[in-house]
Design a protein around this ligand. Structure first.
Ligand code: DOR
Ligand code: ZN
Length: 431
């Protein structure tokens, strides 16, 4: 007996196919199907999605699962549960684990655990350099064979332009996207927040936008020189956006992402020294925030990614200077994006869904993010208008470092399906 799912009456938003209309989605044995016969309809598991959006499963190309090495912060199991509860069916995890992902063995270990415990699809990345020290190249070919979908030293940025050039050339040979965390470390020593009026007022060490801009510009030059695809992570600065926009205008192979916290909050929000707003790169000014939203609208920024970065309460509960950088995002990313972009009437619902599905999947050529006929039936059902109060204590994530805690947002995930199987039903993880 085939396994048949018939989702009826929802607003189907599948931007890759220019679809935004009330309709049905049919699934046979985990694949999207054009229609069901009457017999198939009779045996189908029928789900009434009236009033809900039926979208492709969300795709987050930038998460940290701390597994192996720091599973007290997050594990592949809890991280993927958080993903499922947030509507995500595919995630790309960063290599700054312990040990770091600079060798095939660590990738194999991650893939083995993913096969055993993950509730959504997980794609690993490999380090650009050994130990993420920026000095010697990691074995790109072996990492590719082991299954990585991109190369990055995320959490760090390769400082030597010579090493970065070689890393980019190797990644290109193996047809891998390079994802760069753009940060000139000479500009950010001991820095904890955006350099500007607020760092002066609060007496905190400033982190200039220039530190990001100069590496974005370096990467544009490297992409032009080598023809490689370089993806710029968590863009926070209006000047960086301007550089990327001009590079795209010259058909240079660069792409970029934005994180919800960078288009929701600003450095002024740090006035109470909340360490759950301490992040790398730091929250910038209102002008930067505006620029990010404009760039998400016009395509200069290709997609939304959460940079889900779990840290323990003990680590975050300290003086601002000493807290680690990072905030969790998987369980708030959709509602936060809807809040800042859709409910504020800046982007359409379909535009937001596109930024969180096929446009994200495209960066590393993931086979995900659409409801095309024959595609794997990864889906997210959500109510874009349902209000809820974020309670980080109820998260599936093991960590609680969430700046939206206690805030009211609109947009609630009602169900998540991976290959036609429900993994989240709006209340609980099912698996
Ligand atoms: O805020 C961040 N935290 N940004 C990063 O790039 C790394 C991450 C982490 O690993 O905690
Ligand atoms: Zn990151």
């Amino acid at each position: 007996m085939p396994n048949i799912l018939w989702i009826t009456g929802g607003r189907v938003i599948d931007p890759a196919n220019n679809r935004d209309a009330i309709g049905d989605v049919c699934v046979i044995d985990g694949k999207v199907s054009a229609a069901l016969t009457e017999d198939q309809q009779r045996s189908a598991n029928k789900i009434d999605a009236t009033g809900l959006v039926v979208a492709p499963g969300l795709v987050d190309i930038h998460v940290h699962f701390r597994d192996p090495g720091q599973t007290h912060k997050e594990s592949i199991r809890t991280g993927t549960e958080a993903a499922a509860a947030g509507g995500f069916t595919s995630v790309i995890c960063m290599p700054n684990t312990s040990p770091v992902c600079d060798n095939a063995g660590t990738i194999q270990r991650i893939m083995d655990k993913v096969a055993r415990v993950a509730v959504v699809n997980v794609y690993p990345t490999g380090c650009l350099t050994l130990e993420m020290e920026g000095k010697r190249l990691a074995p790109t070919g072996q990492l590719k064979t082991a299954g990585v979908v991109a190369m990055t030293d995320n959490g760090k940025c390769v400082q030597s332009h010579e090493i970065m050039r070689r890393a980019v050339e190797y990644a290109k040979m193996f047809d891998l996207t390079i994802m760069d965390h753009c940060q000139d470390e000479t500009q950010t020593e001991d820095a904890v927040m955006n350099e500007g009026e607020w760092s002066l007022r609060l007496g905190l060490r400033g982190w200039p936008k220039f530190a990001e801009d100069i590496m974005v510009a370096r990467n544009v030059l490297l992409a032009e020189l080598t023809g490689a695809h370089i993806h710029m992570q968590h863009i926070s600065s209006a000047t960086s956006i301007d550089i990327i926009r001009r590079a795209k205008g010259r058909n240079i192979r660069v792409t970029a992402e934005a994180c919800p916290h960078h288009f929701e909050f600003t450095d002024a929000d740090l006035k109470d020294y909340d360490t759950n707003l301490k992040v790398n790169p730091p929250l910038r000014t209102d002008a930067d925030r505006e620029s990010i939203i404009g760039a998400l609208k016009d395509g200069t920024l290709n997609c939304i990614a959460s940079d889900h970065a779990p840290h323990t309460p003990t680590e975050k509960d300290c003086e601002f200077d000493y807290a680690p950088l990072g905030i969790i995002g998987l369980e708030t990313s959709l509602a936060a994006s809807l809040h800042a972009l859709y409910h504020s009437e800046r982007l359409t619902l379909s535009e937001v869904v596109a930024l969180m599905t096929h446009k994200a999947a495209e960066i590393c050529n993931l086979d995900a993010g659409t409801l095309s006929i024959g595609a794997t039936a990864d889906m997210c059902l959500f109510d874009p208008d349902e209000a809820w109060t974020v309670d980080a204590d109820k998260f599936y994530s093991k960590s609680r470092n969430c700046p939206w805690h206690g805030k009211s947002l609109k947009g609630k995930v009602k169900a998540t399906y991976v290959a036609g199987h429900a993994v989240f039903d709006g209340q609980s993880i099912i698996i």
